[in-house]
Ligand binder design. Structure first.
Ligand code: SF4
Ligand code: SF4
Ligand code: SF4
Ligand code: FES
Length: 375
């Protein structure tokens, strides 16, 4: 343990020079809520939800960008901290079209609130990330109840003109995570803050739609948006987070081997997110994130096919593999291994490519093995 210590909620912890209060707290499983904080990016202190009380400080301090000092005494859930967080949540909820409603104790009141925010004609559609929103989670955690909310109607038209991402800035809390994800993590520099004061909003290329900007539709911004301001277009009103199972796998599009979670509902892939592990550390490209429809395509081959008399017929795996193995063996034994060559693919994983070269050298007895990347 480090020689220098601080106290958090009355317990002593060591720290390394330069660490923030948030980093030390998280390492010791002390939960300080965050909204704007993004791992791997410079902390901005934009949302202030991570405020903590520090003995001797004149104001509450933001844990995500306050460096720890020896002897510091921090309280993360004191009555002052909780009151400040409630106010911040309330301001965020009332600054946008946050019509999800946080269930209070009175069910009728809750129902009335839903009707009120939706409008008589139901035009103000409920939020697609209901149940998967950090702001809603916080409103629930700190019981910021609906009767205290004054929901602002939608101020901006939704942007729905590209196939992948819906932008709804009426739900944006200006946390800036999308800007950091685009500029600091993916380094695409497609979006930034535009306008000033109450008009401040995230813009792409002089406030144009994403499709007319430098956006490459990697979806990093969607993945980090803590609320319903950026959502994936497909399935946004038909799939709920808790209805899906997550299956971890390796992206099949190239040899980088990005780790991804397939979100599966009724045995169909309905969404893909990046796993926070090497080599991609949560990031994906447009193919890995949005190119999953082939998995469920009815045109996929699901059985081996053997061509006879110019026509394909279905076969068992045993029959097909025996046929191919016998033909390879016959060619090798008659003409030698060097009469064959194997071309592997970036669509295979590194492990599959490795096995293919082993098979080529050890079984086919040739070094004629190459990769489509060299074509
Ligand atoms: S973005 Fe979150 S807080 Fe806002 S309406 Fe949607 S679920 Fe509610
Ligand atoms: S999809 Fe990718 S490139 Fe486009 S704005 Fe979002 S992070 Fe930037
Ligand atoms: S779009 Fe989402 S991530 Fe970007 S600033 Fe708004 S709330 Fe934050
Ligand atoms: S998480 Fe610390 S200011 Fe936003």
């Amino acid at each position: 343990m480090s020689a220098q210590t601080l106290s958090i909620n009355g317990r002593e912890f060591g720290f390394e020079p330069g660490e923030t209060i948030l980093a030390v707290a998280r390492r010791h499983h002390i939960d300080i809520p965050t909204l704007c904080h993004l791992k791997g990016a410079m902390p901005t202190g934009a949302c202030r939800i991570c405020v903590v009380e520090v003995v001797g400080a004149k104001t509450l301090l933001t844990a995500c960008n306050t460096k720890v000092d020896a002897g510091m005494q921090v309280q993360t859930e004191s009555p002052t901290v909780v009151a400040a967080r409630k106010l911040i949540i309330q301001l965020m909820l009332s600054s946008g079209n946050h019509n999800c409603a946080v269930p209070g104790s009175d069910r009728q009141e809750w129902t009335d609130f839903q009707i009120k925010v939706q409008g008589e004609d139901g035009s103000n559609q409920l939020c697609p990330v209901w149940g998967d929103c950090r702001l809603q989670d916080l409103a629930f955690r700190y019981q910021v109840s609906p009767e205290r909310l004054d929901v602002t109607p939608a101020r901006y038209p939704m942007e729905t003109v590209n196939p992948f991402i819906v932008r709804d800035f009426s739900r944006c809390i200006n946390c800036g995570r999308c800007v950091q994800a685009c500029n600091e993590v993916q380094v695409n520099n497609a979006i930034q803050f535009g306008y000033r004061g109450p008009e401040a909003k995230i813009i792409a290329a002089d406030d144009k739609p994403l499709k007319d900007s430098d956006c490459v539709f990697c979806g990093e911004c969607v993945q980090v948006c803590p609320v319903g301001a950026l959502v994936e277009k497909e399935g946004r009103y038909s799939v709920r987070l808790w209805e899906t199972q997550q299956v971890r796998t390796t992206c099949s599009y190239c040899g980088v081997g990005c780790q991804l979670d397939l979100h599966v509902k009724d045995n169909r892939v309905v969404r893909v997110t990046g796993v926070d592990a090497p080599p991609n550390n949560g990031s994906l490209c447009v193919k890995g994130r949005f190119g999953y429809h082939f998995v469920n395509s009815p045109e996929r081959l699901t059985d081996p096919l053997i061509k006879e008399n110019g026509k394909f017929r279905k076969a068992s795996w045993d029959e097909a593999l025996d046929l191919v193995a016998n033909k390879f063996k016959k060619i090798r034994d008659t003409h030698g291994g060097d009469s064959m060559g194997v071309l592997v693919s970036a669509r295979m994983t590194n492990e599959e490519n490795y096995v293919a070269q082993k098979f080529t050298r050890a079984v086919l007895k040739t070094n004629n093995i190459d990769h489509c990347a060299r074509l």
